[in-house]
Design a protein around this ligand. Structure first.
Ligand SMILES: Cc1cc2nc3c(=O)[nH]c(=O)nc-3n(C[C@H](O)[C@H](O)[C@H](O)COP(=O)(O)OP(=O)(O)OC[C@H]3O[C@@H](n4cnc5c(N)ncnc54)[C@H](O)[C@@H]3O)c2cc1C
Length: 212
């Protein structure tokens, strides 16, 4: 474990916090310490982190905003990964939204409306990250991520970066949290999601009708 921590620090991947309490990283503000909490700064640093963890055969879990987590007072053994600021971005291009895995769903939904796009209205009350929403196949009001996701970029356990289609990410279109099934089997941190949403027909939403 010490060797792995030194390697992570030497590689300059971002914050490497030993014995860090997880309570501040969850919605319910409960939970004991992670042996190591790593917050890679961006995409290259995430890839490097995963490669180092793979080399050391270190167990890890990825967390988002912690809105669906109840962490025990005993904390988490091994490494906890949390995506850093470099993956907290959103970009609109035509009918597509490119959102980093660390970006929050609520502002994503609001901004999509402001851009005159439809498809993400269901996510206006989901208090998690894009990465967490893909993993959980978050949904509400009759829609969910599997219906709007075009593709997701995922870092495999070996550190290899792959781009998965909607079908590969969500192997089912039922209400089953398919992304959870997919990712749980292979512990992949999903860092980036390119979300396809359609242009809203007719005029744009009036700004005054959009909260925030
Ligand atoms: C008040 C409230 C309202 C909610 N309303 C809804 C709702 O309407 N619909 C709904 O579906 N959910 C709802 N939720 C649950 C929660 O917000 C969602 O499940 C959300 O998608 C979790 O995202 P997160 O970033 O907080 O993930 P976390 O809670 O941090 O993690 C959840 C799971 O996702 C995994 N994960 C997180 N980020 C990544 C990543 N980048 N790569 C790979 N795996 C990752 C974690 O390992 C964990 O297994 C609600 C929660 C609260 C507290």
């Amino acid at each position: 474990m010490n060797r792995m921590i030194s390697d992570l620090r030497a590689a300059g991947v971002g914050e490497v916090l030993v014995g860090e309490p997880l309570a501040p990283y969850t919605t319910w503000k409960i939970g004991g310490p992670a042996d190591v909490l790593v917050i890679p700064k961006g995409k290259p640093e995430l890839i490097e982190t995963v490669k180092i963890l793979y080399r050391h055969r270190a167990p890890y879990v990825t967390i988002g905003k912690g809105s669906n987590l109840l962490v025990t007072d005993k904390g988490v053994r091994g490494v906890v990964l949390k995506l850093g600021e470099g993956l907290n971005y959103v970009r609109f291009e035509g009918n597509l939204v490119y959102a980093g895995g660390a970006y929050y769903m609520i502002p994503l939904s609001l901004l999509a409306g402001r851009e005159g796009l439809t498809g993400l209205e269901f996510a206006g009350g989901i208090p998690g990250t894009v990465g967490g929403a893909v993993f959980m196949n978050a949904g509400a009001h009759g829609s969910d991520m599997s219906r709007i996701l075009k593709e997701a970029e995922v870092v495999l356990e070996t550190g290899e970066l792959v781009r998965l289609s909607n079908e590969e990410t969500c192997s089912s279109v039922t209400d089953i949290p398919c992304c959870t099934k997919y990712a749980a089997s292979s512990r992949k941190p999903c860092w980036n999601c390119n979300t396809a949403i359609e242009k809203k027909s007719g005029r744009r939403w009036p700004r005054s009708k959009i909260a925030g």
